[in-house]
Design a binder for this molecule. Structure first.
Ligand code: AGP
Length: 604
């Protein structure tokens, strides 16, 4: 969620940095800062809130001539969104900005404190700058000191470091968090945690690999190392067109957002899925005291994610959970119990029905919690508590990464409540955390899978409709798969609980009825299998998505992550998203802006 920029050159450094940060604003942040090193002086400015606050603070600062600077937008993970915790972080003579999470920062902090180092912030990042300076004091060589620092860091990081003891260079390192370095025709050097920050500035760029580190200066250009050896620079031209660059080379925003899920899910769990427990700094320790049950209320995709997670709340946290469609809830004269926790889910935070339902619950004295992607949105402002999903801006009208991150937040929330209510053992919680940390891998789209779905899609363009079927958690996933497909293909699609087909819908079964069967290994495989057999016996055309080959299926997409139901859930989610996308593309529809739909429904 955080953003990084860096620059060495002759332009107005402050403007280049703030401009770059503006391009990264879509990632979401709660504070920002820059540091400029010029004529052996470091000028640093930080501000809580939006970039305009930082601009206000820097309005009287005009950098001149050649120099360099680093900048950052921070999404609080360790420590509150305060100026002290904002980046860049200062040592005695160096500044650092960092994205990611330093998992061993406690251990490093203790070591440094034992050496007399004083810490100002509560962040994990601050250890980097102090560790570098301690190493420099020993080694007297900034590059060696930087190398020794990077060697000690565990976790995910993209780091930029400037130091007065080597005032021509910016040092950088990348592992697990994205970082790009590039240059323009004049040799000016730019850094960004996404290419959006470099578009229109750098003409060629290097997308750094995990384990890369090095330094840059105007005189030396970019010097890159990996595993202690200098590495060749693999420079690529940077597309000049901002919109297509924002799509990152993908055909559609929706496609980009499907591919981004791995990265954003890693952001969603960052600082929350710790080794031994789930932590939400946003919630008070006594948050669940007195709560008897949960009502979840939302619309569309957000409703589907809520429905999926209601299974987790009941199964893991042993708390009675009901799920309501906001437009229905508003007018049903609901009986509201002040001991109910009222959870609203919304990507935009502006959906009129959800907002009104939230106001009703608030007015009836219920404790309210928003699961939302947009900070400062109306829903966030009204709710007592908020857990941000950290999906970044979602541009495709058909929601993908917002759904994935909502499910992830609520999965963690169910464990958080389970911890509080002691409905799961420490071992069980740890096993769940392991599964959570595995999800960014499970949702990675591999080329073979995408190619397979692309090829399959040509057989699913006609017919008289689709049934997506599943059981348990996979029933809401079926609802979501069907919603995705209908939104962008304009084909009729329905999600159904697999066991419910024989109570009516099976009457529609014939060879022109397409059934997308979600057949996970971990939940009721045999039961879903017999439901699919019933459909197959009526000649329905079946696409099975499963780790287990199903002989009666006409088509089959093989999934891999069968060790945990949630891994299967997320992996199958990606398959259904790709299927909707590819069918829509073949039908020639506008994938990102489907007819009749708006991204945010702010009217009734
Ligand atoms: C999903 O693909 C949708 N376009 C739609 O159903 C959406 O989820 C719904 O309108 C709710 O929006 P919200 O999450 O912003 O509240």
């Amino acid at each position: 969620m955080c953003g990084i920029v860096g620059y060495i050159g002759n332009e107005n450094i402050k403007e280049v940095l703030v401009d770059g940060l503006r391009e990264l604003e879509y990632r979401g942040y709660d504070s920002a800062g820059i540091a400029v090193l010029q004529d052996d002086e470091i000028h640093s400015y930080k501000a809580v809130g939006k970039l305009k606050n930082l601009e206000e603070k820097t309005k009287n600062f005009t950098p001149h001539t050649l120099g360099m600077g680093i900048g950052h937008t921070r999404w609080a993970t360790h420590g509150k969104p305060t100026e002290i915790n904002a980046h860049p972080h200062l040592g005695e003579f160096s500044y650092v900005v960092h994205n990611g999470i330093i998992e061993n920062y406690q251990e490093l902090k203790k070591e440094l404190q034992a050496q007399g180092v004083k810490f100002l912030s509560q962040t994990d990042t601050e250890v980097i700058v102090h560790l570098f300076e301690q190493n420099y004091k020993l080694l007297k060589d900034p590059m060696k000191a930087f190398e020794a620092t990077v060697e000690r860091l565990q976790g995910a990081y993209a780091v930029l470091l400037m130091t007065k003891v080597d005032a021509d260079r910016i040092y950088f390192a990348k592992n697990g968090s994205p970082m790009i370095v590039g240059n323009d025709q004049n040799g000016d050097i730019y850094f960004g945690s996404s290419d959006a920050a470099l578009i229109g500035k750098a003409s060629e760029v290097i997308y750094l690999d995990d384990g890369d580190y090095g330094y840059t200066s105007i005189k030396e250009g970019i010097t890159l190392f990996s595993d202690g050896k200098e590495k060749e620079l693999n420079k690529k031209a940077l597309v000049g067109d901002r919109v297509s660059a924002q799509k990152g080379g993908f055909r559609f925003f929706m496609e980009k957002e499907i591919y981004e899920q791995s990265e954003v899910l890693a952001d969603t769990v960052m600082g929350r899925a710790l080794d031994e427990k789930i932590a939400f700094e946003e919630l008070d320790p006594n948050f669940f005291d007195g709560i008897e049950d949960i009502t979840i209320c939302a619309c569309g995709t957000s409703y589907n994610s809520g429905l999926a997670c209601s299974y987790l709340f009941e199964r893991q946290a042993k708390i009675r959970t009901s799920v309501e469609i906001a437009s229905e809830f508003r007018y049903k004269d609901p009986l509201l119990n002040p001991k109910t926790l009222f959870v609203v889910i919304s990507q935009s935070g502006e959906t009129a029905d959800t907002l009104e339902a939230l106001k009703m619950a608030r007015d009836a004295g219920l404790k309210t919690l928003a699961i939302c992607n947009v900070d400062n949105s109306s829903i966030v402002r009204i709710s007592d508590y908020t857990l941000l999903t950290r999906a970044g801006i979602e541009k495709g009208v058909a929601s993908t990464k917002a759904f994935a991150t909502q499910v992830m937040v609520m999965w963690m929330l169910s464990l958080y409540i389970a911890q509080h209510k002691k409905t799961m053992t420490q071992e069980q919680i740890k096993a769940e955390i392991e599964a959570i940390r595995h999800i960014p891998q499970a949702v990675k789209v591999n080329d073979k899978l995408h190619e397979k779905v692309k090829r399959l899609s040509k057989r699913y363009l006609h017919g008289h409709g689709f049934f997506f079927i599943g059981r348990d958690l996979f029933y809401p996933l079926a609802l979501e798969g069907a919603l995705k497909l209908k939104e962008i293909s304009y084909l009729h699609a329905e999600g159904y609980p697999a066991g419910e087909m024989k109570h009516g819908p099976i009457a529609l079964a014939d060879s022109n009825l397409f059934t997308i069967a979600l057949m996970p290994k971990n939940i009721h495989y045999d039961k879903v299998k017999s439901n699919v057999e019933e459909l197959s016996a009526r000649d329905a055309t079946i696409l099975a998505i499963s780790p287990e080959r199903f002989e009666l299926a006409d088509d089959y997409v093989h999934t891999y992550y069968s060790d945990h139901a949630m891994s299967e859930f997320f992996e199958m989610m990606v398959v259904t998203q790709l299927l909707a996308l590819e069918i829509s593309v073949r039908l020639g529809n506008d994938v990102d802006m489907p007819r009749n739909l708006a991204k945010s429904v702010t009217v009734e």
